[in-house]
Write a new protein. Structure first.
Length: 123
């Protein structure tokens, strides 16, 4: 059954999927759904997937370099690393936004207090 596997079809599918991912990310940037600064990792990994799709023996060479006996496991490792890096980036962004929101809420509270004092003086 393994003899019937057409590796060319798999490679073409991988190339098409990687290019579609890149085009999708570019379209999201163009429509301002993702800011450019937050899309850098997505662009990097979609370019990496295109490279790995075009370089037929790339996964095998990476697997040998890392010391992984089964090449698809190396691809899975790359995917997991990509997801972790993107999640870490989002965690940093969320932390910054949380701190900014906290500061803004405090400033709004202080401004409301000042407005109350000014209104009380004018009455």
């Amino acid at each position: 059954m393994l003899e019937n596997i057409n590796t060319d079809k798999i490679q073409y599918f991988a190339i098409a999927g990687s290019i579609l991912l890149l085009l999708f990310i570019i379209e999201l940037i163009r429509r301002k759904k993702i800011k450019e600064q937050y899309s850098l990792l997505w662009l990097f990994f979609s370019a990496a997937f295109i490279t790995l799709s075009l370089w037929r023996d790339g996964i095998e060479e990476i697997a040998v370099l890392v010391g992984i006996a089964y090449a698809p496991a190396a691809f899975l490792l790359i995917l997991v690393m990509a997801i972790f890096l993107i999640l870490i980036e989002f965690s940093v962004i969320i932390s910054k936004l949380s701190d900014t929101n906290k500061t803004l809420v405090q400033q709004v509270g202080l401004l409301k207090e000042k407005i109350k004092k000014i209104e009380a003086k004018n009455e």
